[in-house]
Write a protein of this length. Structure first.
Length: 338
């Protein structure tokens, strides 16, 4: 469906859209550099950072064009993060540049939706089977709601306070939170969200079954691009695909509003993103570390562990043991159906 052609709650772009060389494009954040082995999360290092808040659609495929302006960045910052850097060739994973260490994640597809046509045109681009699946899911959910679908958008500071309460309720019943993940409260500070709402740069959406919230979508506005920052659903209602249904309803509304030119579906390659997308770009996450011995050790150890994990996975696949061992290691960490 998609044609081959980020995201913390740091303060996003204003309509003037600064470039990567502008200090205003880099905002304070904490980079959780996570260490994995065989799919199991071993923990994370919290690195004082700055994050580039320029949509990937405005970046070139030259990594050098998105490098941070170190000479103007404040002291105490150990890393600068480009959440989604488009590429046309795979760059080296670890590079030593003048004054910095560039560490590049494995490339993945970054999905988005072109909003410049009409909703009817968008639906016609989807396969007949896809359209049938969406209508069937919406019909079944409507029936479970006794005849009507209720969902709301939130934008003002007062509205976003209510959104935060409702989304937190949903997050507490999500798969990730029940396995010990940070949930919405642990990853999105309410004060930061309300600050964005005061600047009209945050938008929230909630889907209900009756009076109970069952899924939420949190977005931030980046000029003419709307970025999906965080989403979640109550796993007790998972059979209805409430997260996908909310996104479907949101897409329809965005086409009618004519306020944004593109919906960026954010980091990650979960199946629903390719399901809804009209475009995709091959992207990497890039971390620029200050060139110190400590940061060199951090980047190299992470790189070595990832390399060893991939090599071990390939070796186990050749002898037919990878899936069996992975299931044993992940245990309850697997998503339902994984």
């Amino acid at each position: 469906m998609a044609n081959i052609v980020s995201a913390s709650l740091a303060e996003p772009l204003l309509a003037s859209a600064p470039t990567p060389r502008d200090v205003a494009a880099w905002t304070p954040s904490t980079e959780p550099l996570r260490f994995f082995l065989g799919g199991r999360d071993l923990g994370a290092l919290q690195i004082p950072s700055l994050t580039l808040n320029v949509p990937f659609t405005r970046l070139s495929t030259r990594l050098e064009d998105s490098a941070p302006p170190w000479e103007t960045l404040p002291p105490g910052i150990e890393a600068a993060v480009v959440p989604a850097q488009p590429i046309d060739v795979e760059p080296p994973k670890l590079s030593f540049l003048s004054g910095t260490i560039r560490y590049v994640s494995p490339s993945t597809d970054r999905y988005s939706i072109d909003l410049e046509s009409t909703f009817g045109d968008y639906m016609r681009r989807l396969s007949q089977n896809t359209r049938h699946t969406l209508r069937r899911k919406l019909r079944r959910f409507t029936e479970s709601c006794c005849g009507g679908v209720k969902w709301r958008g939130f934008e003002s500071v007062k509205e976003m306070k209510e959104f935060y309460r409702l989304a937190t309720e949903v997050s507490s019943q999500s798969w990730g939170t029940k396995l010990g993940g940070p949930g919405l409260v642990g990853s999105v500070p309410e004060a930061g969200l309300l600050k964005l709402a005061g600047e009209r740069l945050a938008r929230g959406y909630v889907l209900f079954q009756g009076d109970s919230p069952v899924s939420y979508q949190l977005c931030t506005s980046h000029g003419d691009v709307l970025l999906c920052v965080r989403t979640g659903y109550d796993e007790r209602y998972g059979q209805h695909s409430p997260g996908s249904l909310l996104l479907y309803l949101l897409i329809e509304r965005l086409f009618s509003e004519r306020r944004y030119k593109r919906l960026d579906l954010g980091e990650g390659t979960l199946g629903y993103k390719s399901f809804f997308a009209t475009d995709s770009a091959r992207c990497v996450r890039v971390i620029y570390f200050r060139r110190t011995l400590r940061n060199l050790a951090t980047a190299f150890s992470h790189f070595a562990l990832c390399t060893a994990s991939v090599a071990a996975g390939r070796a186990l696949s050749r002898v037919g043991l990878k899936q069996r061992i992975k299931r044993r290691m992940m245990g309850k960490m697997r998503r339902p159906g994984q």
